[in-house]
Design a protein around this ligand. Structure first.
Ligand code: AMP
Ligand code: MG
Length: 540
């Protein structure tokens, strides 16, 4: 295996002088050197060949024993420099102090053949100084979820950390999956994650909270030099430009999550990447029937802080914490506040443009001028109108948009029931489709088709073009909660084939794949309340 390690993070930033994996407070350092704990009987279950190739690895490399040993913590190459990063974070709105990589160990940073820098990180590789009394390991079920979802998100076009591999460790670990006093042994696993950096809002917050201003500046200067070099030499001006860019990246990420129906579940500030990547797949979930108040995380059911519809506002709250953290380097609140208020307009503009594209109306502004994307426009009334209709009867969001794309504008002249019937299997409960729902939905559909046909005649486009534009932004295949759970159930029985099959389907989420039609099916009834398929805890 030919990997060239550059290790800029650990070479250029202040290190914890102690090499001791016992849980402790670490001050004045960005990371602690710590080696992965060896695993007893590692077994590769799945890998992502695109990620391997990006790193400069071949298929033979991935099939080699050396690879297996590397991604399961048994082989530390001489140029690697393993470490756990030190960071803090606000958890559910409260400052939690030092957290850090409690079970993730970076092996080092690779300089790829194309000149990119990518850090390899093993999640579930054993205790670090940041394990805070926990074991530092990860179970198979949560590792399957992380592996599949990272790759699914990438192929959906959503910025994310990647997953190179998923492997069993051969060691059992004990978890109380439901936090109900019934701990049981589960197979341990490791995902090798890959990203240009794993730096979180919380890395900056920890230094800010402790008044460790030198370290704060070193980390920010390093981040700008390595991941934001276009911003130029570090200075207070550059710091503001950086904050503004992080804010825009975060706004774009939220727009993507809203587009595909992803709910992160634990948007604590230690789980937000400064690169605007989706990071830390835990009790996340995919929206099935449209419900802005839905959260997959059982720990968050009462307050719903991280519910689907709240994600964009939470991201802004998190950005405010990042702004507070870097304030001592700028000493001027005004430009930071300006960035936070710009976040709202960036997000809203991005959200409207995204919704227009989901409707196949991305060129609406071209036909009728930019005002169609402004507050109170026809687009806004379509969005609000659809939200209220969808609240009347459980409607599968993913299926809904694929069916909508199939409806020709001429269908606006059809009787209500025939028109609504075109949405077919998007509805979950037949009995909910009352006369009132049919009327409300057909009014909405006509208003939509009317807009679509006006734009089409102005721009000279047709139904087929609208359909294909829509099918490029509205996925057919997402990692439905019950599908991930089925793959987990089968893996628990020793059958890992569904993981590979899902990975394959999710590589082309926008394409019709007739042989995999069953993976596009809406949630079956048994999955409505099943643990794992509809309710998830942070236990992992
Ligand atoms: P999360 O909500 O999964 O992002 O985790 C929050 C914090 O808890 C992070 O600092 C994790 O590293 C740490 N953590 C979670 N699970 C474990 C574990 N099994 N062992 C050690 N630390 C953990
Ligand atoms: Mg985390």
């Amino acid at each position: 295996m030919d990997l060239k390690f550059s290790n800029r993070f650990s070479r250029q930033l202040p290190a914890d002088p102690l090499v001791d994996r016992r849980s402790r407070e670490v001050r004045g350092a960005c990371f602690s050197r710590v080696e992965p704990t060896p695993t007893s009987k590692p077994q590769l279950i799945a890998s992502s060949i695109e990620v391997a190739k990006d790193l400069g690895l071949t298929e033979e490399d991935v099939a080699s024993d050396e690879f297996l040993q590397m991604v399961t913590g048994n082989l530390v190459l001489k140029d690697m420099d393993p470490y756990a990063a030190c960071y803090g974070g606000h958890q559910f709105g409260n400052w939690a102090g030092q957290l850090g990589d409690g079970r993730a160990i970076a092996l080092g940073e690779v300089e790829t053949p194309s000149g990119k820098h990518l850090t390899l990180q093993l999640k579930g590789a054993g205790p670090t100084p940041y394990s805070r009394g926990a074991d530092g390991y990860a179970v198979l079920r949560s590792s399957i979820r992380e592996f599949l979802c990272s790759e699914a998100m990438h192929h959906l076009g959503v910025p994310t950390t990647r997953a190179l591999s998923l492997a069993l460790t051969g060691d059992e670990i004990v978890r109380d999956m439901l936090y109900d006093g019934n701990p049981a042994p589960e197979p341990g696993a490791i995902v090798c994650r890959v990203a240009p950096s794993f730096t979180r809002f919380g890395n900056f917050e920890l230094f800010g909270s402790r008044g460790e201003i030198d370290e704060l500046r070193q980390l920010l200067d390093f981040t700008i030099r390595t991941d934001f070099p276009h911003l130029g030499n570090p200075s207070p001006q550059t710091y503001i430009a950086w904050f503004s860019e992080v804010s825009q990246l975060t706004a774009q990420l939220m727009v993507h999550w809203m587009r595909v129906g992803f709910v992160h579940g634990v948007m604590n500030t230690d789980n937000l990447s400064v690169l605007g990547l989706t990071i830390d797949y835990g009790p996340y979930g995919w929206l099935e029937n449209f419900d802005p108040n839905w959260t997959p995380n059982t720990t968050d059911k009462t307050h719903g802080r991280y519910r689907y519809g709240a994600q964009p506002q939470v991201a802004q709250w998190n950005l405010a914490q990042l702004g507070n953290a870097i304030y001592p380097l700028i000493n001027d609140a005004e430009p930071l506040e300006a960035v936070l208020s710009d976040y709202v307009s960036h997000y809203r503009h991005g959200f409207r443009a995204m919704m227009a594209s989901k409707y196949g109306l991305a060129d609406w502004d071209e036909a009728e001028g930019p005002d169609v994307f402004s507050e109170g426009s026809h687009l806004d009334s379509l969005i609000h109108g659809l939200n209220s209709v969808m609240a009347l009867a459980e409607t599968d969001v993913t299926i809904f948009y694929r069916r909508l794309a199939d409806i020709p504008t001429s269908a606006m002249h059809e009787p209500d029931d025939i028109l609504v019937n075109r949405l077919g299997d998007a509805f979950y409960v037949k009995d909910q489709i009352t006369a009132r729902v049919i009327m409300a939905m057909s009014i909405w559909l006509r208003s939509y088709l009317d807009a679509a046909s006006t734009i089409a005649s102005k721009l000279g486009t047709d139904d087929a073009q609208r359909r294909s534009a829509m099918n490029n932004v509205n996925p057919k295949y997402v990692l439905r909660n019950y599908l991930a759970q089925l793959a987990i159930d089968q893996a628990t029985e020793g059958d890992y084939s569904m993981i590979g099959e899902l990975l394959e389907v999710l590589r082309q989420p926008y394409d019709e794949q007739p042989q995999f039609e069953h993976y596009a099916a809406k949630r079956p009834d048994w999955a409505r309340t099943k643990v794992g398929a509809s309710q998830l805890s942070c236990s992992s």
